[in-house]
Design a protein around this ligand. Structure first.
Ligand code: GRF
Length: 206
């Protein structure tokens, strides 16, 4: 079966991107990282991708002002130029318009550093500690227009230690993210995890 062409969208250091690149180097992995795309020219992950011989592109959101749809149309054009079949958001810090999300329904996934539906949004580790939860973790989900709300493909829990700080907890969750994301992408690339609809509500089936 031909390997699926994947774009990884980043805004920063790109450690999840690196974990996907590493997994995709295995000959039996069902996806190849064909493009790394950033909205920030200074994203550290771009250099990591280039060093691995992976095509990179930058669509600088600051050039578009408040024109979110124009930004998203440019993203879409770049994804089409590279014949991308699956999009992985990996620390991509821009909200996408419903128009773009719809283009990729069932073919765009995101990693979030919390056990969704708990702690959507930013600063998840601080909020998990403040809430006193005993278990925290990471989630990979299909992307739908509502932020961090799409059907869940996989989750990886970590136990919260009494002396955890946001940084120590973040580090343990990140290690799980690096394990979880390649597994989840594999399921999607193989068609083993799919976005389906029940009474028009999106659902992940495996
Ligand atoms: C990760 O914690 C990811 O879950 C979140 O943003 C962070 C990105 O880190 N969405 P990196 O750029 O992959 O290192």
């Amino acid at each position: 079966m031909p390997r699926k062409r994947v774009a990884v969208l980043i805004s920063g250091r790109g450690s999840n991107m690196a974990s996907l690149i590493k997994a995709a180097k295995k000959p039996d992995y069902p996806a190849e990282i064909a493009l790394v795309l950033s909205n920030r020219p200074d994203a550290a992950g771009l250099a990591v991708a280039r060093a691995d011989g992976i095509a990179t592109a930058v669509v600088d959101h600051t050039a578009f002002g408040k024109e979110r749809e124009a930004f998203d149309r440019t993203l879409q054009a770049v994804l089409e130029q590279h014949c991308i079949e699956i999009v992985c958001l990996a620390g991509f810090m821009r909200l996408l318009t419903p128009w773009l999300v719809r283009q990729w329904e069932g073919r765009m996934i995101n990693i979030h550093p919390a056990l969704l539906p708990a702690f959507k949004g930013l600063n998840t580790h601080e909020r998990a500690l403040a809430a006193g939860v005993k278990e925290h973790g990471a989630t990979v989900h299909f992307v739908v227009p509502e932020m961090d709300a799409g059907p869940i493909i996989g989750q990886s829990p970590v136990q919260v230690a009494p002396d955890d700080t946001p940084d120590t907890l973040a580090a343990r969750v990140l290690a799980e993210e690096h394990r979880l994301y390649p597994q989840a992408l594999k399921l999607v690339a193989l068609g083993e995890a799919k976005l389906t609809r029940e009474h028009d509500e999106p659902k992940a089936t495996r």
